[in-house]
Design a protein around this ligand. Structure first.
Ligand code: PEP
Length: 250
């Protein structure tokens, strides 16, 4: 069964006090029965936020990245093994900011996916095209290729741990949103491609989230599209009120 997911990506935002307050407000919320909430929080707050949200079985915490190696001399990095050892259930991989600012390639991301799965993590795997690619009409092929390069070869069982987040780069943090129709047509293409790469059951069961300037004012319409199973939300997840509105938009 496909999950309805409202995921927040806090990125490199909030100080400790703000993070605690934000998580507390979300933990105090009456989350609709069939909705799963995931909070992508900075590494240093993971354990604290996990503690705050632990009693609510609809809220999960997520790391925003992990290293591609199990351990070793990689000063400043965090491994999937470490995340597993403190029982963090999710990690976001392939965010366009990581691809762009940290030169993460599809092949590097394949290694990250493999190590995250080996360590029992669920993955929110982000894909999305730039405006230039969309303008020349190659967006579907581009996004499907991102999926192929990093996920091909996973088993159907492993695919149960994967959630896809389609995030057109031109809509991230820009205030510009893909129209519900644009989102639906990409999500449908992704689901179809996953059906070809794996099988129909995998395609039917995988949750595909939309990300890119989701806010309370547009979430309901976007989430109502048949192949959109929720959202990965940046800016609007930093304010309790707006994120809670989004959680209630399904
Ligand atoms: C994101 O960074 O994942 C994102 C979707 O950001 P925003 O909602 O701010 O566009």
């Amino acid at each position: 069964m496909r999950k309805k997911i409202a995921a927040g990506n806090w990125k490199m935002n909030t100080n400790f006090e703000e993070a605690v307050q934000l998580a507390q407000s979300i933990a105090d919320t009456n989350i609709p029965e069939d909705v799963t909430v995931i909070l992508g929080v900075p590494f240093v707050y993971l354990q604290k936020i996990k503690g705050i949200t632990n009693d609510n079985d609809k809220i999960f915490v997520s790391a925003q990245n992990c290293h591609q190696n199990e351990n070793g001399a990689y000063t400043g990095e965090i491994s999937a093994t470490m995340l597993n050892s403190i029982e963090i259930p999710y990690v976001i991989l392939g965010h366009s900011e990581r691809r762009e600012y940290f030169s993460e390639t599809p092949l590097l991301l394949k290694d990250k996916v493999d190590i995250a799965l080996k360590n029992g993590l669920n993955i929110i795997f982000c894909v999305g095209e730039s405006l230039d690619i969309r303008k020349v009409g190659k967006h579907q092929a581009y996004v499907c290729d991102q999926i192929r390069q990093s996920l091909k070869g996973l088993t159907s069982e492993e695919m149960k741990s994967i959630t896809i987040a389609y995030e057109p780069i031109w809509a991230i943090g820009t205030g510009e949103t893909a129209s519900p129709t644009q989102a639906q047509s990409m999500h449908k293409a992704i689901r179809q491609y996953i059906g070809e790469l794996f099988d129909r059951k995998v395609a039917e069961n995988i949750s595909i989230l939309y990300g890119g300037s989701v806010k309370p004012g547009n979430a309901r319409e976007i989430f109502s599209m048949p192949d959109v199973d929720g959202g990965l939300v940046g800016g609007a997840s930093l304010k309790a009120d707006s994120f809670i509105d989004i959680i209630k938009s399904f």
